[in-house]
Structure formats: C-alpha cells, structure tokens
Ligand binder design. Structure first.
Ligand code: NAD
Length: 250
C-alpha cells in the first residue's frame, strides 16, 4: 500500500497502536502528523520517523478540546495544505465498577473517546470536503461490539457510540467522496492493557476465548487500517471491522 505524499493525521500517536500506525504510514510514504496530548511522546514518535528518513510533524493537542484541535489544524494546513487521512485513535480506559465510577471519569472517557472523534472528524471533514475527498478510520473496540468487559462501562459506552458515529459520518460524508470506517481491536499488547496481562487468571480466560490463541500486537492493527485507508478499499464505507483473533464473531 502506497501513501506517497498523502497527509495522514493520527491522534494519540505518542505510543501504542497510534505510534505503530504513524510508523507504518510513514513507511508507506505518507507525511505523518503525529498528535498526542503528551507533548514529549508525540515529538518522540515524529523524531523516530524523521530519523528513519520519513516525513513527520509533532502536533500536540487534546482531542477533546475544540480550540486546541482547530489551532493544530491551522498549523497543519499552513505546513502541508491538506489532510488525506484521519485516524481517530486517541483513547482512555478507566476501570471501576459503575457504583464507584465518578462523574469526572465518565465525562473524560466520553470526551476523549467519542467527542474527540467528533471534533476531529468535523474539522478535518470540512477540509476534506473542500479538497474533494479523504478517508477517516475510527479506532473503536470489540468493547463496542458485545465483548463484555467488566468495570468498563464508560469505555464500552464510548466505543459503542463511536461505532454508531462512524456509520452516520459515512452516510453524511459519502457525497463528498469521504469514506469512514471503524476498526475494532481485541486485546492488543500496549500500556493500556498492561493491567490485564498482569492478572494471570484474567489473561488465561481471555486467551481461551481467542480462536487464534494469542493477544494482538499493535502491528496486527496497522495492516487493516492501512487497507481501509487505501484505494483497495474504495467501495467500503460505514463498516466496523473486528481485529481480534476471532474473539467476537457477529
Ligand atoms: N490496546 C488494546 O487492547 C485496545 C483494544 C481496543 C481498542 N483500543 C483502542 O485503541 C486506541 C489506542 O489504544 P492503545 O492501546 O494504543 O492505548 P495507549 O494508552 O497505549 O495510547 C493511547 C494514546 O492516546 C493518547 N491520548 C489520550 N488522551 C488523549 C487526548 N485527549 N488527546 C490526544 N491524545 C490522547 C495517550 O497520551 C497515548 O499516547 C484507543 O482508542 C483504545 O481505546 C485499544
């Protein structure tokens, strides 16, 4: 898959799945805008891409903050003039039983995972409409597809909402040659899932339920995302694709 000279904006790309996506798009020739709320980590990812001969810029912003996202996009438009691909990847996952989950945790989860995708899709969607097209991929989760995660009510609500938002975006943006899909990873080995991997009993149970018999790596997610963003997927929009070793079969 070749993304030569395309401008790809990935949110939450300072580490984990977002970082793997940034490196993969850069390797496929893209100019990568590396967003993260953590200024050090997005600079680090961008530096890594540049050091290996790719093109990247660090774009520090909180995706839940509309003004910060708009300022980031003004800078990006000045630099590269367009955004061809947006990957809404930034996410947070608090775990607490419902009776202990405080309102701040609930609001923050919905703000980052769902409102953040709305803010970025709206602002980038306007740019894509002007430029004649583009592609958006939302990193949802099998948590939004009946995977049944204990103590993750806000997360499950945000990811279920994100899948619904993906479909409406796809419907509204289709007339502007903008495709919108979601990728729903299973358990992927990143810092977000460190707690799960430390709990041996929980890990054993998860592995028993995964037909392919292993947890995922960030690199397992990059291929499907690049495919959905490529011309090979030009007739695919409004879909949510599980990348989970077969754990959830709908
Ligand atoms: N790891 C998994 O098993 C798994 C499974 C399903 C879905 N996902 C989803 O994939 C995405 C990436 O997950 P990960 O495992 O790489 O997580 P991670 O915690 O390793 O990385 C998330 C990144 O997002 C950044 N971020 C958080 N809030 C932000 C904000 N408001 N604005 C900008 N950046 C922000 C963090 O600083 C971090 O760099 C998330 O949306 C997550 O919900 C992960």
């Amino acid at each position: 898959m070749n993304f030569t000279d395309q401008v790809v904006l990935i949110t939450g790309a300072g580490r984990g799945i977002g970082k793997a996506l940034a490196l993969a798009f850069a390797q496929a020739g893209a100019r990568v805008a590396v967003n993260d709320i953590n200024p050090d980590s997005c600079v680090k990812t961008a530096d890594e891409i540049i050091a290996s001969g790719g093109q990247a810029v660090a774009c520090h912003a909180d995706v839940a903050n509309k003004l910060a996202v708009q300022a980031m996009l003004i800078d990006l438009e000045d630099r590269w003039g367009r955004v061809d691909v947006l990957v809404n990847n930034a996410g947070v996952e608090p775990h607490k039983p419902i009776v202990q989950l405080d309102e701040w945790d609930w609001n923050r989860t919905i703000d980052v995972n769902l409102k953040g995708a709305f803010i970025c899709s709206q602002s980038v969607g306007r740019m894509m409409q002007k430029q004649g097209g583009g592609v958006i991929v939302n990193i949802a989760s099998i948590a939004g597809r009946a995977a049944g995660l204990r103590d993750r009510s806000a997360y499950v609500a945000s990811k279920t909402g994100l899948i619904g938002f993906t479909k409406e975006c796809a419907r509204e943006f289709a007339a502007y040659n903008i495709r919108v899909n979601a990728v729903c990873p299973g358990v992927i080995i990143t810092e977000m899932t460190a707690h799960l991997r430390q709990n041996e009993a929980q890990l054993k149970k998860w592995l028993e339920d995964i037909p392919l018999g292993r947890l995922g790596e960030p690199a397992d997610v990059t291929g499907p995302v690049l495919f959905l963003c490529s011309d090979a997927a030009r007739y695919i929009t409004g879909q949510a694709i599980n990348v989970d070793g077969g754990k959830v079969m709908l």
